[in-house]
Design a protein. Sequence first.
Length: 478
Amino acid sequence: MTSGSADLVIVANRLPVDRVTLPDGSKQWRRSPGGLVSAMEPVMRSNDGAWIGWTGVAGDETEPFVDDGLSLVPVPLSEQEIQEFYEGFSNGTLWPLYHDVVAKPEFHREWWDSYVTVNQRFADRAAEIAAEGATVWIHDYQLQLVPQMLRELRPDLRIGFFLHIPFPPGELFQQLPWRRQILEGLLGADLVGFQLSGAAQNFVRLVRQRVGHKTHRDLVYLPDGRTVLAAAFPISIDTAGFEELARSESVTERAAQIRAALGSPKKVLLGIDRLDYTKGIYPRLRAYSELVKDGHFDVTDSVFVQVATPSRERVEQYRVLRDDIDRLVGRINGDLGRIGQPVIAYLHSAYPRHEMAALYRAADIMVITPYRDGMNLVAKEYVACRYDNDGALVLSEFAGAANELRQAWQINPYDINGMKATILEAAHSDEKDRARRMKAMRKTVTEHDVASWANDFLAELAAVRPTHGKPVRPARLS
């Protein structure tokens, strides 16, 4: 990738590839699973694009390279920066704060210093790589200072930012000692995208209150004449790809194998989550175990399969959570299970897309209960895989997906009795009701897939907003 030659630059914390070691000891790059990669790949190919991100390995100084036709530009992170910028400020400060303080955020000045340093490094790389007048699309909470830093280096660029996680209300965001710097960092973008319109409104309100810029609805008017638009672009999935996979012979066979391995129960309930304290795994398993204890489900003909993908295992809160879930599952199975018939089939592992599709096909009821989630693509993946319009989705009203998948059985994860009643209602619903709900949700995820999400965002970013020409006072100090 030559300096200043990319017309489209994607900037994300991670590159879209992982380094894997082959049986013979040699190393190669493998495409990461995930919606963002599948959404951006065709756009990058048609726009002479480059992707900037970290390789996932401490101290890795890999030079820019091309993998399967994609130009990839690594940004190095030291071991200390991984601890302070990534595990510290990104996941110990911002993640809990942005997820309604489900866990207590920590505020450390050295974490913030590292966040600034790493964001500047990403901005510098983007400034080098981007062609004159290029479009740069920056992703997620780890890089919220990059838009402004890049704007200062390259005022000729069109800069977009998209936040994949929730953006909190002012009452919570204001706890952050560096609240103004984050807001000003985001205002470097021409377009700031969120999952939900409420998050965009939170942002505009905070900019007005804390930075003092003039705002009107979803627009912020800056003293330099620029206008910043804050709007919702709910992310989605490769719906057609998931449906095609779900219809394949190999997935159909694997789904049948999974049900047989579980003892061919009448009802299979399924949860698939990253092992994270925001996901509400604990109350979900408690609710189901109480339904078994009360005789509503029988261990001989129903089972709850919980897949918990390992996550951030070096962070203390995540280690504690894993121990808590392990203990809970052990206790439930010890108290209520039988030989060869656990109440909860618990898997602490990551699975490829093919296995996920088979699990979605095998499950009668998908139970998704986060305390707070930016979107939750698992909900949309389940819907995409139910091409027979069967299956039931029980979904937390605090997942971004609940806004679009309104026909799901929605629950409040803090209300265990309410959750129990809703799971039972879904389990006992008639075929016609389930088909009506699933058909409507499938229409939603088919019409609004990940390609339309990316195209909508980039089209909005490309739209020229003339300088606003409004009399604007300089921002006041917050």
